[in-house]
Design a protein around this ligand. Sequence first.
Ligand code: THU
Length: 165
Amino acid sequence: MNEFTIDTRIRSYSWDELSESDKQLLEVAKRKTRDSYSPYSHFCVGAAARLADGTIVGGSNQENAAYPSGLCAERTVLFAAGAQYPAQPVQTLAIAAFTDGHFTEDPVSPCGACRQVMLETEHRYHQPMRVLLFGANHVYEFNSAESLLPFSFISDDLKGGVRER
Ligand code: THU
């Protein structure tokens, strides 16, 4: 029997410790929670992507009476960025959530489907995408989407065989 572990490095920042550009991106994600269309969950999520040329693309979750037809904020933003600026790698993605009259105290945690799309974005542009998760108490930073979704299914898996993970 062999055993192995996969480590994830998460950095936790107070607001004052963040760089100005990260604060700016998080502020866009926070502001975008106001545009959330979430009449069913009342859980308002905002996201903002900083592209390589400095463009910031923002978005929010968009729900639907047929629940699975809605889309999370992260995928709304990443698909919008990919559709409008296909040549621009996504360098950093920031996410925030607002419910019951306040931003979540702990950092919001992206769902599995969004992590899969975040990973595809990273592979698409052959560079890591930093992820910032806002919480009123602290902000988490991940160096890559892969660190949020270890042991993942990627395009290489479609070809079968052995690969380095
Ligand atoms: N949601 C997001 O937009 N992002 C997340 O990371 C978690 C969940 C949305 C989906 C749905 O509209 C609502 O939050 C409740 O799940």
